[in-house]
Design a protein around this ligand. Structure first.
Ligand code: NI
Ligand code: MN
Length: 228
């Protein structure tokens, strides 16, 4: 089954597989300077939440409430979303996976932080490996590079979704190093150019990926979907 992947700007992505919509880190127009789509126009059956920072969670509760999507997050964020009035959540924690109706999702470690917008404790930050539609996709979330990414690479990744913006996460050079550990078939960069602090020449980075690795770089425009 084909998986349609869309980058919505910054660290926000969606997957569509057989009509099921999975949204990662909802941060849409009005909050996200890089986004074009309003959260009011987004379809969601499942939401994957990597951590609690506002540039990943600002639109999660409104999207979840309107669509009644199941929000999959670490335990602390699951409880925080319940407290915002949305009950349809599923808690995971680092290293734990679960078989959902769309496929399996497993929470991976991330080297970052996870405070929630109101100052509440957001638990540990994470990423996800998602097995969906016959594909294996790694959403790194916000993280530094770490050599245990090799264990994630051993899963056999069709796509790695990596931050490359530097300053708050790994930068372009460390993202190249991450590809050596992850060895995915393709890489989709994110978390760059949203603000001047994380400005990156993404086309130059994609050329470095081609020159130095066997990985196929994907540089989509905002809201442009591609089939995996
Ligand atoms: Ni963050
Ligand atoms: Mn972020």
């Amino acid at each position: 089954m084909s998986v349609s992947v869309t980058w919505h700007g910054h660290g926000t992505y969606s997957l569509n597989v057989g009509g099921t919509n999975i949204v990662v880190d909802p941060f849409f127009a009005g909050n996200n300077p890089a986004a074009k789509t309003s959260v009011d126009d987004v379809a969601a059956d499942f939401i994957l939440q990597t951590h609690g920072h506002a540039d990943h969670i600002a639109d999660t509760v409104p999207l979840a409430k309107r669509t009644n999507a199941l929000v999959i997050a670490n335990f602390e964020i699951h409880a925080w979303i319940n407290n915002q009035g949305h009950a349809n959540t599923h808690p995971l924690n680092t290293g734990g996976g679960y078989d959902f109706p769309f496929g399996r999702a497993k929470m991976t470690p991330a080297l970052h932080s996870s405070g929630l917008p109101d100052g509440a404790y957001g638990g540990d930050p994470g990423g996800f490996v998602v097995w969906v539609g016959g594909k294996t996709i790694y959403f790194a979330g916000d993280t530094a590079v770490f050599s245990d990414m090799a264990l994630i690479g051993d899963l056999g990744l069709d796509l790695a979704v990596l931050p490359i913006g530097d300053n708050f996460t790994m930068g372009p050079d460390d993202a190249l190093l991450a590809l050596e550990f992850l060895k995915p078939k393709a890489v989709l960069p994110g978390h760059f150019n949203t603000w001047p602090l994380i400005a990156v020449d993404v086309n130059a980075w994609a050329e470095k990926v081609k020159a130095n690795t066997a990985v196929r770089p994907i540089v989509p425009a905002v809201d442009e979907s591609f089939a995996l």
